[in-house]
Design a binder for this molecule. Structure first.
Ligand SMILES: C[S@@+](CC[C@H](N)C(=O)[O-])C[C@H]1O[C@@H](n2cnc3c(N)ncnc32)[C@H](O)[C@@H]1O
Length: 216
């Protein structure tokens, strides 16, 4: 007999959970934060999942060192945030030394999707999201579920960002017609300890918090 989420796990209990999605939701709701596994894919700094870490969730960042291509999700993943590199999908890639290679770019996106599906085959996920600045990835994943700019949530700077997935939409707080010019700017001390180019791939702290509030 296994212990799952601090309870004894019997075969018949698992069958009940599998057959009745309402029971499964109740089960998920009764978890404490430290029992909730968040996978943060393509994350060396973990800025997008910071609010989860601060709230005591079991956040696991899978960055370059582990490699998403080598990773398989454990049982009982709660939610997944994926930030595959945007270098091959960026509209701004006009002066790069090497030509745009969409097949290369899609390799890590495909690995992120594989991990999401593997986790979902094991159990229901509360949410999953794939994030990328607006660009060529739309031509592979289709229209995004949501596009936002950092200013919609009260941070300065940033660029239009697409989100695909299964998640509750954070409510945009401010109207902003176009992103502010210049460097991304925030008062967050955690954020400000990073320098470029790392800083460029960090999440807007206010967006990350807003996403967390409606997907906790
Ligand atoms: C667009 S950035 C996202 C960073 C993210 N917002 C964060 O706060 O950690 C893409 C990240 O993917 C990482 N990366 C590159 N190759 C990877 C691989 N094979 N597996 C996992 N992560 C990888 C990069 O080092 C980088 O941190």
């Amino acid at each position: 007999m296994k212990i799952v989420r601090g309870r004894r796990d019997t075969g018949s209990e698992r069958d009940t959970l599998r057959l009745n999605p309402n029971v499964l939701m109740k089960d998920i709701m009764s978890l404490t934060n430290k029992d909730k596994i968040i996978l943060h894919l393509c994350a060396d700094t973990g800025s997008d999942s910071l609010p989860y870490r601060e709230a005591g969730y079991d956040v696991r960042c899978i960055g370059k060192e582990i490699g998403v291509e080598n990773f398989h999700p454990p049982e009982n993943v709660y939610g997944i945030i994926a930030n595959p590199p945007c270098t091959m999908f960026s509209i701004a890639r006009t002066r790069a030394k090497t030509p745009r290679d969409l097949r290369e770019g899609m390799k890590l996106v495909t690995e992120c999707l594989r991990i999401i599906w593997e986790a979902r085959f094991k159990n229901k996920l509360a949410f999953w999201v794939i994030e990328n600045p607006r660009g060529y990835l739309r031509q592979f994943l289709g229209k995004p579920a949501m596009t936002f700019m950092h200013c919609h949530f009260g941070d300065e700077g940033g660029k239009p960002t697409d989100l695909w997935g299964y998640f509750n939409f954070p409510r945009k707080l401010f109207p902003c017609a176009k992103p502010a010019r210049g460097k991304f700017n925030t008062e967050s001390a955690w954020y400000n300890k990073f320098r470029s180019p790392e800083k460029r791939s960090l999440a807007s702290p206010k967006f990350a918090q807003a996403f967390f509030e409606v997907n906790r």
